[in-house]
Design a protein around this ligand. Structure first.
Ligand code: 4AD
Ligand code: MG
Length: 459
């Protein structure tokens, strides 16, 4: 039985077997107390080993970090804050952990140190809690869309098109980099590569997601995406997971409604289903976490034009590190000013200048802006980016030409606007940005099991 279940049990007197990792051992010459954890919850179960029954010799290898199986009797606990404990009859050691080398001794460790031992950090309370919350959020995402009749579409990870047009792609090749085949002109001959042309890891599943929406009506993707952007910030990963719903017949308004409803659903789900872990995170890392989660649930998101947003920022009198004028891409400091200081609520900023957004966004009549939307959250800044899509063949193909995007990469995407085009919209939610918000952590490297960032692909 898992420890989470045992701790709720009142079947005193029953024989049980518990297996897990020793967090601490203390005691005296008559009795030893072990705190055992198996990853099923933050709490440990207490194992009481009577030295009359279990010899000191047997207990010797049972140290912090060791993995053991305990057989014993479940009894009511007299200790404060714990309902049950196990009176041990026998202890089998599966794996020892030499106290001289095992890095996770009782003392608290810094998050930086734990990143260096990311292969062991799930054995700490903090990372156990984060990974359980991560699991619950992934489940809730599938549940949300399934309950609404969306289909989960698996879009390719290897692609020949750059969805965001930012040129931040990791190339994929099977060629020998020390002996590249050349054309007569001396260029690399990709015709001889595995796919017969240059390919990369995808930055987004959106383009293929749109094909899904324009056939099945409403789909979502949920998979890893890759960006070779050299940003060493607490909010960027080179490999992150993204959720991208795409819906036929949705305009920008519908898209905003979906984004707000979706985010609130996920936060509500976490509050309802991850109570103990969230309380732990609130106590240990961010005393305003629960308050912030409830606050977002209780308030309507502000919906605001980019142009108005810029006016507010200019009128703020605040000294920003990066100045902002109409046409500039907002930095996280601007986003957070709007959300945390000006409105004190999540903000959906819409109708951005077309020059700072991707080619596929629906162009507004003003000729300057597109139907983009970014959802901005307290502590995070941008958590969602999305838009209504350009459904008009002529306008889309003109924009693709204008931006010199090779039509040989995009012909299939353009074809969807040739035959049976329809208004449609969608967005991308960065899974780890969501987890930053829900767990209260402040560095994105701490909400994914094995972070990939510039100069770091360990484990
Ligand atoms: O705003 P982005 O670049 O939008 C897209 O990729 C669209 N194709 C989505 C769509 O409309 N279907 O990325 C979407 C979200 C961001 O709002 C952010 O939450 C997250 O993905 N994100 C990152 N998360 C971690 N590390 C990075 N390097 C990220 N880049 C974007
Ligand atoms: Mg964006």
């Amino acid at each position: 039985m898992r420890i989470a279940q045992l701790l709720k049990s009142t079947d005193y007197g029953t024989k049980v077997t518990v297996k897990g990792w020793v967090r601490t051992k203390r005691g005296n010459k008559n009795v030893a107390f072990l705190a055992l954890n198996d990853g099923s919850c933050v709490a440990n179960i207490q194992i009481v080993a009577d030295l009359a029954k279990i010899s000191e010799e047997e207990l010797k290898p049972v140290t912090t970090g060791a993995c053991v199986a305990v057989e014993g009797t479940l009894v009511e606990s007299l200790g404060a804050g714990q309902g049950v404990e196990v009176q041990a009859e026998s202890i089998e050691v599966y794996g020892t952990a030499d106290p001289a080398t095992y890095p996770l001794q009782k003392k608290g460790h810094s998050l930086e140190f734990l990143r260096e031992i990311a292969y062991l950090r799930p054995r700490t309370n903090t990372f156990g809690a984060i990974l359980r919350i991560r699991h619950a959020m992934a489940y809730a995402i599938h549940k949300y869309f399934n309950d609404k009749g969306f289909y989960y579409l698996h879009t390719p990870l290897i692609t020949a098109s750059d969805c965001e047009g930012a040129g931040e792609m990791f190339q994929v090749t099977a060629m020998d980099l020390n002996n590249l085949p050349r054309t007569e002109e001396g260029a690399i001959d990709f015709a001889q590569d595995f796919f017969g042309k240059p390919c990369s890891l995808t930055v987004s599943g959106q383009l293929e997601g749109e094909l899904g929406a324009l056939s099945m009506g409403q789909i979502y993707t949920f998979g890893p995406t890759f960006r070779a952007e050299n940003s060493n910030t607490p909010r960027h990963l080179a490999e992150f997971w993204m959720i991208e719903p795409e819906v036929a017949f949705f305009d920008l308004q519908d898209n905003m409604d979906m984004a707000e409803d979706f985010l609130k659903y996920l936060i509500r789900y976490a509050l309802d289903n991850c109570k103990e872990d969230l309380e732990f995170m609130n106590k240990m890392w961010d005393n305003e976490l629960l308050e912030r989660l409830n606050f977002v649930l209780a308030n309507d998101f502000v919906r605001l034009d980019y142009t108005e947003g810029i006016e507010i920022l200019k009128a703020s009198g605040k000294k920003f590190e990066f100045p902002c004028n109409w046409g500039c891409d907002l930095q996280s400091e601007h986003e957070r000013y709007l959300v945390e200081e000006h409105f004190k609520k999540p903000v959906i900023l819409i109708n951005y200048p077309k020059d700072i957004k991707a080619f596929y966004m629906k162009q507004n009549e003003d000729g300057k802006t597109v139907r983009a939307m970014d959802v901005l959250f307290p502590k995070i800044g941008e958590i969602i980016g999305g838009s209504e899509r350009e459904a008009d063949y002529g306008k889309l193909s003109a924009r693709i030409k204008e931006l010199s995007i090779p039509e040989k990469d995009m012909w299939w995407y353009l074809d969807t606007r040739r035959w049976g085009s329809a208004p449609h919209s969608g967005f991308g939610l960065g899974f780890e940005r969501l987890l930053l918000f829900v767990t209260g952590m402040s560095n994105i490297r701490d909400v994914i099991p094995f972070p990939r960032t510039p100069k770091n692909a360990e484990f």
